[in-house]
Ligand binder design. Structure first.
Ligand code: AMP
Length: 404
């Protein structure tokens, strides 16, 4: 898929003004970036443009300010993080006042624009409004590069801007597409998916098509409780999504029809409160008693999952197995991450992805180098692998003008 994407490496960019859509939507705690994976992923593209004497204008979003300026969602911390990574000062401006900043920057300099989502035009539902918002920026630049895998909604900076300028995919984007295409087109069997986390809503359509492709699906995290509940298993007070019980049932049925085995936790680590310091209680059965929250998978589940992981030839991992942010409930995620990283046959093809997954890997010291690829976009990765089509990628291929 998307083999015909126009690549930055094929473009004539010397001395040009290049606007690069990056994905600097990084997790921040008390003003500190806790995982810089997304920023680091664009360094290669930025350095390449600097070496080619370009003026580099970076654009990104951060969080969901919904058209208002929100101090906590400023890209200022990303500016300093990028400066550290490149060992170079990074200029900073707001899009509405960037004309002079771009005109007067030197070739080889880098300018980061403030969070585009501070403006309603970026995310407007109307293509016309999005185009109006982004047109002035297009007029100041010669070339557009998209290096923000993971951003696939129809927003001005990823859909309209590339239609106003010659547009190319950056190095990180090309790497994502090539790594994922390898799984998408010829996954070696046994092909397994390890899915966790909590956001079932965004993952459901994808799980529906993934069960048609993978041999086994291991489900952990809060997501597992919706499936267990759908099977009539008592889950105590564990987090689950009532509105998705029916869909969980459908997915279980579809898996059976498609000969995809779904493994759910058979034991748990629970807590009596949904709090970081609640005492971890091992529940040795699949049923969780009332008054308990399932917060991690238990040791029996870990060893069942391990067996499947160790015999797999293709592994896709998205989402933690428990509340990995809390010391008492991170063992399941740590173990599963380690099994994937270390215990699989040497020639297995392994991909992990998603912001929470890369953060868990960093926190639990699971080495990205042990994976063939670590994707910066969890939702887009899963969508891509379940046959999703993306207008934001179409505009970087043959199609130049996309109609609404
Ligand atoms: P996602 O963004 O869907 O990958 O979800 C990640 C989040 O799921 C993390 O912040 C985890 O703390 C949370 N999570 C994982 N397992 C559980 C669980 N059993 N109960 C509540 N939250 C969970």
């Amino acid at each position: 898929m998307y083999h015909n994407i126009r690549k930055l490496s094929d473009a004539n960019i010397k001395n040009k003004t290049v606007v690069v859509r990056v994905n600097f939507d990084v997790p921040i705690n008390n003003g500190e970036i806790t995982d810089n994976t997304r920023i680091a992923s664009s360094v290669k593209t930025i350095e390449y443009l600097v070496e080619n004497n370009c003026k580099v204008v970076l654009i990104s979003h951060m969080g969901r300010p919904e058209g208002e300026a929100v101090d906590d969602l400023s890209l200022m911390p990303a500016r300093f993080e990028l400066g550290k990574l490149l060992n170079k000062p990074i200029k900073f401006a707001h899009i509405e006042a960037c004309e002079n900043s771009i005109k007067f920057m030197e070739q080889g300099e880098i300018l980061l624009l403030e969070n585009l989502r501070f403006h309603k035009g970026e995310e407007s539902k109307k293509a016309k409004e999005r185009e109006e918002f982004i047109k002035p920026l297009a007029a100041l630049c010669d070339i557009y590069v998209n290096d923000s895998f993971g951003v696939y909604r129809e927003h001005a900076s990823v859909l309209e801007l590339p239609q106003l300028l010659p547009s190319y995919a950056g190095f990180a984007m090309v790497k994502e597409i090539e790594a994922l295409s390898k799984i998408d087109e010829s996954p070696e069997s046994p092909y397994i998916a390890v899915i966790g986390g909590v956001k079932m809503d965004t993952k459901i359509p994808i799980l529906k098509s993934l069960v048609k492709q993978v041999d086994t699906m291991l489900i952990g995290g809060a997501m597992a409780y919706t499936f267990l509940k759908a099977q009539g298993v008592s889950i105590g007070d564990s987090k689950f999504e009532k509105e998705n019980l029916k869909t969980a049932e459908e997915i279980l049925k579809s898996a059976e029809k498609n000969k995809c085995e779904i493994l759910l936790p058979v034991d748990h680590i629970a807590g009596k409160e949904f709090k970081e310091n609640t005492k971890p209680i091992e529940i040795t059965t699949q049923q969780i008693p009332k008054g308990h929250y399932g917060l991690d998978i238990g040791p029996k589940t870990m060893s069942q999952f391990r067996e499947v992981i160790e015999s797999a030839k293709t592994i896709l991992w998205n989402g933690p197995m428990g509340v990995f942010e809390w010391e008492n409930f991170n063992k399941g995620t740590e173990a599963i991450g380690e099994y994937i990283a270390l215990s699989t046959p040497k020639d297995a093809y392994k991909i992990a992805g998603g912001a929470d997954t890369t953060y868990a890997m960093l926190k639990l010291r699971i080495k990205p180098k042990r994976f063939n690829h670590v994707s910066i976009g969890g939702g887009m990765m899963l969508n891509f692998l379940s046959g999703g089509k993306f207008k934001v990628l179409d505009v970087l291929c043959g199609v130049q003008k996309i109609s609404e």
